[in-house]
Unconditional design. Structure first.
Length: 103
């Protein structure tokens, strides 16, 4: 059973990416993605890092697959916030406060 390959495939599909698009974003070949997803190929650490970044997933998704990551939308939002600069954080903070005040 190729658990790692299935995790990558599921994350890729959830991100709405084709194998070609993921390969381009991770700076690897489409054949490499296919080998990971279908042939039990385990990538080098550098490639794994690039895949995690391109898929915008937590490393826990790969290293602790038994932990259920049920709220993918919140996890994705948190990931995006971590990529923000200080000005963006201020905008996000004001926006979230405004959304909460509406409720």
């Amino acid at each position: 059973m190729n658990i790692f390959g299935q995790i990558i495939k599921d994350a890729r599909q959830a991100a709405g990416l084709t194998q070609d698009a993921l390969a381009e974003q991770a700076s690897i070949t489409t054949q490499y993605i296919m080998a990971i997803e279908n042939e039990n190929k385990l990538p080098r650490a550098k490639v794994l890092f690039m895949l995690i970044r391109a898929l915008k997933i937590s490393a826990d998704t790969i290293f602790y697959p038994e932990i259920q990551h049920a709220d993918k939308k919140r996890e994705y939002i948190i990931h995006m916030i971590q990529l923000c600069d200080e000005r963006d954080i201020q905008v996000v903070t004001v926006t979230v406060k405004a959304l909460l005040d509406i409720k």
